[in-house]
Write a protein that binds this ligand. Sequence first.
Ligand SMILES: [Zn+2]
Length: 219
Amino acid sequence: MNQFTAMEETFDSPVTVSVVDTPLRDDAFELTEQEKINKIAKHFAEIMWTLGLDLTDDSLQGTPLRVAKMYVEEAFSGLNRENKPKISLFENRYGYDQMLVEKNITLYSHCEHHFVPIIGKIHVAYIPHDKVIGLSKINRLVQFYAKRPQVQERLTVQIVNGLCEALGHTDVAVWIEADHLCVASRGIKDTNSHTITESYSGAFKDEYIQQKFRTYINQ
Ligand SMILES: [Zn+2]
């Protein structure tokens, strides 16, 4: 395994992470989802209180619990491998052997540096061998990896690896174009820039196949 040990000053102990996996502690799932929600709600109330907000206000009092549920059950549900979608494959009875492109999959993720949204589009392609994948499963797999604190580069590689694992071969391509709200709404405040990442494996390492893929996604 391609692993290294990273030390964060905010952690008590060294954290072992792999270069592609999202860095999680070994004890990441010792708490139940409900325990996580309760704990995050308490901490988020503390953040709001520190900012000077009046938590007895009827518009604000439910916010800590809302944020905690949103983090655990929706925005970061992809941290838990138990939420990984079951991928069913079907016999490729038709002998389809050209690329299949699933384009304009909606991307909604969160930047792990600022915890603000990353919004964009993902285009995925694969070349079927003896099996084909249910189209909605591609979408579900993308959403699973997007529902984590992310950087776009890692998300791109995780989707490619996840698809290769599901298909049992490596003829997969992923293209992501996204806006990072941490760039648009704060700091440099650039609302025009987009970030593009791409990853090609197997047959898609071939320049001609890549060109064909890019032609489809630019149509
Ligand atoms: Zn950011």
